[in-house]
Structure formats: structure tokens, C-alpha cells
Design a protein. Structure first.
Length: 346
């Protein structure tokens, strides 16, 4: 009888668990619909300066959202996930926003999206906040290619599509005619380059999404490295390189050649590339990537990069390395990956 009772009790618990899961799933779906508001902008908002392709700053708006004013949120035009101060600012604001009622948070980001529809910083801040907020952690956020298509599709295609919709393309794209023309005429010799057959690889939505989501899930400091982050980093690059090799071989091209410190970096790179996307830098043919001018915000000199590479190779050969406290650490794939990532794990 006890066994029968236990079985019935177990079945009852399972039913209750399934009921809670269903309710939770329904609530998450409904919240996901509400979250969409934060990723939409109003093209008729009064803050637009459509004739110039510019807009007012939040600080200039007397009727700005209260939460935005409380945290003094404004755009960072040159935002980069590789700039520690940028990521730290986004992280700090996101942590504070995640403690506010979700309705206020959604309204605040809806306002910011209207003010800055093409801002990578506002997009990053919005997603980090929803990933941290207890009400939206389980929500499914819209794909980034839908909420910031300017970072995934060629600018001329975006301008054409927005114009057809009746929107001011210059405003939504956050650009102007001078910048638009300049960005689309940089010479790359692409028409005469056999590498053009694989140009799609560099613009593949799946790969671009993976790259974007990686920096959301595994951000630069202040967050400490997550479990096996270094191992995953190394594995991910190994698999991407293997896939790229196969794509090249299938099109009659050679495998990827090493290029970097100690591997031909002192010579110009013959192939050029211009994705014609708003936030992607173009690379003209025969560009010398070893030039300091190629890395405007790099914290390390080329000589230091050469030294780092030699040290990593030496550590791999001897089977151990030293952490930041000069303590000997066994060489593992996780430790190697964290070292290349240059995070604070070691």
C-alpha cells in the first residue's frame, strides 16, 4: 500500500510540476511579447531631425523618460565590446535597471530605441538588462538581425528598404549622405579577387549572430570568466576554422594560411574586403595590417603582441604557465583559451 501511495504521490507531484511549467512558459511568452516594445522605434517621434540625418541628445529632451534621466543614460557613438570602460558602463547600468519594475524598464528602452534606432550601445544595454532582470531572464529576445539590421545587411539595401517603407532612411541609419557615399566607394579589388567566392562567409547571419551573442554571454570584464569559458573559446574557433577550410577546399581554394605576429604580418595582405555594412570596417587590397594605424584603439604594441605569442608557445611546449600572481598553473585547454582571451582568469 505504501508503494502505491508513493506512486500516486509522485504522479501528483509530477502533475503539479507540469502545471507550474506550463504556467511559467505561458508567462514567459507573454512577457516576451511585452519586451518587443523595447526594440521598436517610432519614426514620427518629435526628436527626429530628418532633414539632416541627426537627432537630439536625450539630455536636450525636456520630456525624456524618467528612468533614463535617473541613470543619466545616453548613447556612446563609438561603442565597442572591446573597450573595457564601455562594457563596464553598460554592465553597471544594466544591474541597476534590473532592479526596477519591468514595465518602467520596457518604457525606458522603448524611448531610447526611438531616440537612437541605430545605436549598438543602446541595443547592447537593452539585451544585457533583459538577460539580468528576474522578470525577463527566461524570455526569448528577438534576433539581433531584426532589431539592428543595419549591422547585418548592406547599407544601400537598408536605405532602399527604409525609403520604400516611407521612413527617413538617413535618420534610422544614423548616417548622412557624405558618410554613405564615402563608405561605399572604398576600393577593394573585389571584382577581380577569387576570394570573392567566399564573401558570403564573412556576412553569414548565423556566424554574425554567434559572434554577437558570444560577447553578450561572455563579456569583457567586469564579469569574471564563466565555467570552461576558455575551453569553449578555443573549441569554437577551432570548429569555425575547420568549417572555413572545408568551404575553401570545396571551391578549389587553398586552406587558410597563418597570418599574424611571426606569420607574415610584416607583409601586406593582398585580399581586400568591403562588406558595405554600417559598423564593419572595410579593408582595401594590399593593406599592411602590421601597421599601428590599422588598430586605432589597441592597448598593445605590435612588438608586445610578438612577445605574447612567443610566451604562449613556450608555455604550451613546457606544459605550464604562470597566473597573474606568478603561481605556476597547469596548461589545459581552458587555461590556454583564457590566456588568449586575455581575461582575468589567470
Amino acid at each position: 500500500m505504501a508503494a502505491v501511495a508513493d506512486k500516486k504521490g509522485s504522479q501528483k507531484d509530477d502533475c503539479v510540476s507540469c502545471h507550474h511549467s506550463a504556467m511559467h512558459s505561458h508567462a514567459s511568452k507573454e512577457m516576451s511579447k511585452q519586451v518587443l516594445k523595447a526594440f521598436l522605434h517610432d519614426p514620427k517621434h518629435k526628436s527626429f531631425k530628418g532633414h539632416k540625418g541627426e537627432r537630439y541628445r536625450v539630455k536636450d529632451d525636456k520630456n525624456a523618460n524618467e528612468l533614463v534621466k535617473e541613470f543619466d543614460i545616453d548613447d556612446i557613438p563609438s561603442f565597442s565590446v572591446f573597450m573595457e570602460e564601455h562594457v563596464e558602463e553598460a554592465h553597471d547600468i544594466a544591474m541597476q535597471m534590473s532592479r526596477k519594475p519591468i514595465e518602467q524598464v520596457i518604457d525606458a528602452f522603448s524611448y531610447l530605441k526611438t531616440c537612437y534606432p541605430s545605436s549598438p550601445y543602446i541595443e547592447h544595454l537593452t539585451r544585457v538588462t533583459f538577460m539580468e532582470h528576474p522578470r525577463t531572464r527566461e524570455c526569448i529576445l528577438p534576433p539581433p538581425e531584426q532589431t539592428m539590421p543595419y549591422a547585418y545587411f548592406r547599407e544601400n539595401k537598408m536605405m532602399w528598404g527604409l525609403t520604400r517603407k516611407g521612413e527617413d532612411a538617413m535618420v534610422v541609419m544614423g548616417t548622412n549622405k557624405k558618410h554613405h557615399r564615402k563608405m561605399n566607394v572604398l576600393p577593394t579589388n573585389a571584382k577581380f579577387d577569387k576570394e570573392r567566392n567566399l564573401a558570403w562567409w564573412r556576412e553569414d547571419l548565423g556566424l554574425l549572430n554567434h559572434y554577437y551573442n558570444w560577447h553578450l554571454s561572455y563579456p569583457y570584464p567586469p564579469n569574471p570568466p564563466r565555467d570552461r569559458q576558455g575551453e569553449l573559446f578555443a573549441y569554437m574557433h577551432e570548429q569555425m576554422l575547420a568549417r572555413y577550410d572545408f568551404e575553401r577546399l570545396s571551391r578549389g581554394l587553398s586552406r587558410v594560411k597563418a597570418y599574424g605576429p611571426g606569420s607574415g604580418w610584416e607583409k601586406p595582405l593582398a585580399e581586400g574586403f568591403n562588406s558595405k555594412m554600417k559598423f564593419c570596417s572595410s579593408r582595401p587590397a594590399n593593406m599592411n595590417l602590421g601597421s599601428a594605424k590599422a588598430y586605432t584603439f589597441a592597448k598593445s604594441s605590435l612588438e608586445e603582441l610578438e612577445k605574447f605569442k612567443d610566451r604562449i608557445q613556450f608555455a604550451v611546449a613546457r606544459g605550464f604557465l604562470y597566473d597573474k600572481n606568478e603561481v605556476k598553473v597547469k596548461m589545459t585547454m581552458n587555461n590556454l583559451g583564457n590566456t588568449i582571451l586575455a581575461n582575468e582568469a589567470l
